[in-house]
Design a protein around this ligand. Structure first.
Ligand code: B12
Length: 380
C-alpha cells in the first residue's frame, strides 16, 4: 500500500465518498474568473472566496510550506432525507443543512491530518474557507467533474457531496483527473426557478435563491415568490440532476421541514442555538426571520391554491405577520407586508392599509403600496 492509499483508507473508513491528491500550486485562471464574476455582478453580495481572489486561488499564500492538497468528498444523501409535502405554515431547509452534515467531513479530515502529523508533516484543514476554492481543488484531485450547475458531481452521489481538504508539506503523488462530463444533459439549467445558471458552469449568484438566504439586506421583490417555502439554501438544481437521483431514494421524509410560525416566535438565543450550523450574516437571526416571513407567505399562498389550508390556519398566520408589520425593524415590515400581499384577502388588505397610513420610511411605504395592490386592495 502506498502512503496515499493509506491516507485514502483512513478517509473512506471515516465515511468519505471520494479521495484524491493534487499539488498545492496555484489554480491557473481562477483568480481571473473570480475577478470577472465580481466585476459582472455575478458574485452577488458574497464575501467568501470573492473577498480576495489571489488568496483563494493560491493556497501557498496562506501556507508557504504547502506541497500537496489531500481532497475528500462527503456524501450527505440519503442521510439528509427528503422534505416531504408542503403545508401552510411549513418551511424547508436545503439538504446540506438539515443538520450539521459538515461535522462528519471535519472528523474525517482531522483523522487524515492526524496521520500526516504523526508522521512528522505539517497540516492545515480547509473547508468552506476563504483560502481555497474547494471545487477547484476537488476537480484537480480527480474527485469528480464540473456539472453544468457548477456543482462537483461524482457517479455514485451526483451533486450530493460536501468537499474539504488537508493541506500538507508531504510530497504525495497526484491523482489523475476524472475524465467525465454532463454530456448532453442540462436538466439543472431550466430547473432553476430564477434562471441563475446563466450558461453551463456559470452561476449568477445575484439570482440564486441560496445566495439570498445567506446575505444581508432586502430580498429583491422579483425573486421572493420563486423562493417558495425555502428558509435556508436551495436544492432545485441538485434535485434535477440525474446522477444524484438513485441516492435520493430512501431518505427520511419530512427532513428539513420546519414550523415557520414557531421560528418567528422564537427569541434570538433560541434561533442562534437551533441553527448554529447555518451561515447567517454576522450570526444575526433577523436575516433568518426575514427568510421565514417570505417562506411563510409563499407556503400559505401555495396551500390556499391547493385548498389544503383552513381559514383558521390562514387567519392565525396573518396575525403572526401583522405583528412583524408593526415592528420597528423595517426589514421585517417590508417582508411581512410582502407576505401579506401574497396571501391576500380582506383582513390582510385592511392591515396593510392601516400600516401604510402610519409608515414614515419611503422605501417601506413603496413596498407596502405594491403589496396592497397585489393583495387586491387599493392604496388610498
Ligand atoms: C460562495 C459559495 C456559494 C455561493 C455561490 C456559489 C457558486 N456557484 O459560486 C452560493 C451562496 C450561491 C452557494 C450556493 C450553494 N453552495 Co456553496 N459555496 C460557496 C463557496 C464558499 C465558494 C465558491 C466559489 O468560490 N465559487 C467561485 C466560482 C468561480 O466557482 P464556481 O461557480 O464553482 O466556478 C467553477 C466553474 O465555473 C468551473 N468551470 C470552469 N470552466 C467550466 C466549464 C464548464 C463546462 C463547467 C461545467 C464548469 C466550469 O470552474 C470554476 C472554478 O472551480 C464554497 C466553499 C469554498 N470555499 O470553495 C461553497 C460550495 C461551493 N458550496 C457548496 C454547496 C453544497 C452549495 C449549495 C448546494 C447549498 C444549497 N443547497 O443551498 C448551493 C449550490 C448552488 C450552486 N449551483 O452552486 C459546496 C459544493 C459541493 C459540490 N459538490 O460542488 C461547497 C464546495 C462547500 C463545501 N465545502 O462543500 N455557494
Amino acid at each position: 500500500m502506498s502512503y496515499s492509499q493509506e491516507l485514502e483508507a483512513i478517509a473512506i473508513a471515516h465515511g468519505c465518498a471520494g479521495f484524491g491528491v493534487t499539488h498545492a500550486g496555484p489554480f491557473s485562471g481562477l483568480a481571473d474568473t473570480l475577478r470577472q464574476r465580481i466585476a459582472s455582478g455575478a458574485a452577488g453580495k458574497l464575501g467568501f472566496t470573492y473577498k480576495d481572489p489571489e488568496l483563494a486561488s493560491d493556497v501557498r499564500q496562506s501556507y508557504p510550506w504547502a506541497a500537496s492538497l489531500v481532497v475528500v468528498s462527503w456524501p450527505y444523501m440519503p442521510a439528509a432525507g427528503q422534505p416531504g409535502p408542503p403545508a401552510a405554515g411549513l418551511g424547508r431547509i436545503a439538504r446540506f443543512a438539515t443538520r450539521d452534515h459538515y461535522s462528519g467531513l471535519r472528523i474525517a479530515l482531522e483523522a487524515v491530518a492526524a496521520r500526516l502529523e504523526a508522521d512528522g508533516h505539517r497540516v492545515g484543514i480547509l473547508v468552506d474557507d476563504v483560502r481555497l476554492v474547494d471545487r477547484a481543488a476537488a476537480i484537480r484531485a480527480g474527485i469528480g467533474w464540473h456539472g453544468k450547475s457548477t456543482m462537483v458531481l461524482d457517479p455514485r452521489f451526483g451533486p450530493w457531496l460536501l468537499l474539504g481538504s488537508v493541506v500538507t508539506d508531504a510530497v504525495l503523488e497526484a491523482s489523475a483527473e476524472m475524465v467525465r462530463d454532463c454530456g448532453k444533459c442540462d436538466a439543472c439549467i431550466p430547473a432553476c426557478p430564477t434562471g441563475a445558471i446563466v450558461s453551463p458552469g456559470v452561476l449568477d449568484a445575484s439570482l440564486c435563491i441560496a445566495h439570498w438566504t445567506q446575505v444581508t439586506g432586502v430580498i429583491p421583490r422579483q425573486l421572493r415568490a420563486a423562493m417558495g417555502d425555502r428558509l435556508y439554501g436551495c436544492d432545485e438544481c441538485l434535485d434535477a440532476c440525474p446522477p444524484g437521483h438513485k441516492v435520493m431514494e430512501g431518505g427520511r421524509q419530512g427532513a428539513g421541514r420546519v414550523d415557520l410560525v414557531e421560528i418567528l416566535a422564537a427569541d434570538d438565543h433560541t434561533l442562534r442555538n437551533r441553527f448554529n450550523h447555518f451561515y447567517i450574516p454576522r450570526n444575526n437571526p433577523r436575516y433568518l426571520r426575514r427568510n421565514a416571513l417570505v417562506a411563510l407567505g409563499n407556503a400559505t399562498a401555495a396551500a390556499q391554491e391547493a385548498r389544503t389550508a383552513t381559514s383558521v390556519e390562514v387567519e392565525q398566520i396573518v396575525a403572526v405577520l401583522a405583528g412583524f408589520l408593526g415592528d420597528p425593524d423595517e426589514l421585517y415590515r417590508i417582508h411581512a407586508g410582502w407576505a401579506m400581499g401574497r396571501i391576500g384577502g380582506r383582513v390582510a388588505s385592511v392591515l396593510l392599509q392601516t400600516r401604510l397610513a402610519d409608515e414614515r420610511e419611503t422605501e417601506v411605504a413603496r413596498e407596502l403600496e405594491q403589496s396592497l395592490l397585489e393583495c387586491g386592495g387599493a392604496a388610498s
